[in-house]
Design a protein around this ligand. Sequence first.
Ligand SMILES: Nc1ncnc2c1ncn2[C@@H]1O[C@H](COP(=O)(O)OP(=O)(O)OP(=O)(O)O)[C@@H](O)[C@H]1O
Ligand SMILES: [Mg+2]
Length: 458
Amino acid sequence: MTAFMSVTEILQFADDLVFAHQGKHLNDLQKLILKGVYQGKTYEEIAGQSKWSESRVRNIASELWQLLSEELGEDIKKSNFRSTLERVYIESFNNIYIGSNNNFKLTSQVTNKEAQENDVSHKPQSIDHDLTLAPQIINFYNRATELEQLNNWLFKQNTRLISVLGLSGIGKTTLVKKFVDLNLDKFEVVIWKSLHFAKSLELLIDDLLNICKQEAKETLDDKLTQLFDVLNKKPYLIIIDDVQNIFIKGELAGKYKPEYQNYQRFFTMITEAKHQSQVILISQEQCKEMNCLDESLYSLKCLKLSGLDDVAILQQMALKDEESWLRLIKLYEGNPFYLKTIANSIKNIFDGYVSEFLSDNELIITKDMQGNLQLLFDKLSPTEQQIIFQMSDFKQPVSREALKANLELSSTDFINGVESLQQRCLVTKIKGDQIRFKLSPVFQEYFANIYEEKSDHH
Ligand SMILES: Nc1ncnc2c1ncn2[C@@H]1O[C@H](COP(=O)(O)OP(=O)(O)OP(=O)(O)O)[C@@H](O)[C@H]1O
Ligand SMILES: [Mg+2]
């Protein structure tokens, strides 16, 4: 079997699942069992290499399968543990992209690390790019300005920490991967990590050290020093995708979950410590550390992605009525994920005729979009929900005063709420003779629908 996931990755994934289930990490024996099973060993062999008896190994293993089965809702046993976890892992990635043209695939390429695990002849170890978790980009349109911007920051200004922000589906992952593909030869080592399944900073650092062929030290402090030593020796590019998953639900944007609080320190260290590497964070939500107040003082930049404004993105989708395409793109804010799913519906229901779809004059929220918007909605704090509710009443961009006049919120709550919505890219500021705020029309429509449903129930 080609190693799709390394033993470390499998262990981490299993640890995430176990932690989600019982709030405790895997213990030594559990890890030993999973590692052994991953390597195709029998319980007898696993016990033989440990201080535990075979019956103890069997009991703990059967508890572990039970626990994983409950967490995944599937029957997990020794024989299918590895294949099921790998499948679930891939599926969980692909689910986000349902309805897309399947541009996203996890490459099943074997990383250097894994190749070496299979290689018994311990050659001197060199580190290579680790892009196992990065998507493969097949179609890519526009974004020349953004690519140029990244180019400038990384190569001319030597910026250490770049955050790429934007709404879900706007194309952050795609853009950064495209950039990496174009510039792979300029970095000694490129490592792509994802917090799609959020994990502790310690696990992430362990993982990074592992890729860099370092035996991780005991404490987190020592591991951090160790990592920054490595980052100081060679120019690494580390990408951390889906950073929004370490932030708390139901509160203002960019607040760390308690168990991930130390990421804050890590991000700050990247801008302050001495090293010659660079990190790109990809996130739907901005945190304080991604917001640079004084760009001259800190080696920190932030790229907020907005939608595509070119019909090129629709060319691969076999739609008709090219003269209407631009209107369709405007309606869906140029969000490639929205456009892909709506293009599918237009093909299914309107036989591809975009003008017919548009003549209904309605913004349609597809099932795929609903799932995606629901996740965004669930993350909002009550204050933000109130503000959005008020905003969705105004069909046009609204001034601060007009918005505030209709809300029973203290000035502090109001200002923090609007700022937080901006940090989630749900509300944008429009400059003119007066500053106005605009709610994403797609989100507005979604919100209006759920509100209607609620009032129907009452
Ligand atoms: N420039 C582009 N050209 C063509 N297709 C694109 C482009 N940008 C994004 N897409 C497509 O749009 C979809 C969403 O893009 P992507 O996954 O990069 O969004 P994202 O911002 O990372 O979303 P999320 O925050 O949910 O991870 C993908 O199917 C991708 O192929
Ligand atoms: Mg993404």
